[in-house]
Design a protein around this ligand. Sequence first.
Ligand code: DX5
Ligand code: ZN
Length: 223
Amino acid sequence: MSREPMIAPSLLSADFARLADEVARVADADWLHVDVMDAHFVPNLTLGLPVVQAIQEVSPVPLDCHLMIEDPERWAPGYAEVGARNVTVHVEACRDARAVARDIRAAGALAGLAIKPGTPLEDHLELLRDFDTLLVMSVEPGFGGQSFIADVLPKVREARRLVDSGELTLLVEIDGGINADTIEQAAEAGVDMFVAGSAVYGAQDPAAAIAALRAQAAAARPA
Ligand code: DX5
Ligand code: ZN
């Protein structure tokens, strides 16, 4: 996969009353990150499959669905069926993560595995052979606009090492607190895909914010 830094704006920080317009404002993004929260796995509640399907129909950008939900076995394949590019489930929520990955892939999407800040990477290395993306959470999942937790960067470095050495084939993604002050340390650690919610949708010009974040990450990433 490409080592050029990629940016996935998080729709969580957009104006939910104007979703089609908000999607159009980030047409230059690599993926559009959609946070699905069920008020059980996380305290917050956002949106579900019918809204994702409606976004998919108008989005010029491939969708990256981040499912912060219980029972991903039941719900995750539906997001792939409506056309999401990548569907990520939380390892902490899965009873059988391998089966979820298989079902997501069978429905035509990439399969992603997310780990919360306190979840060790090394417990799940075998499992990651069955996934296409690893989402390292750099805030506790549930809300946008939180501060970046730099303590997760050793997990990014380890994932990068395993990918570069050919032991895993994964896109390394980071989510939470990514902005102009934090993206360089994440890029140095080896992130491929940077989720940014408030840093993109909180900017006057989201397209310019995407370009600036991409340039910062490109300059900071290891040769
Ligand atoms: C948090 C979500 C994130 C959130 C990121 O649970 O998974 O995707 O939207 O927002 P910022 O970039 O503002 O931390
Ligand atoms: Zn997210």
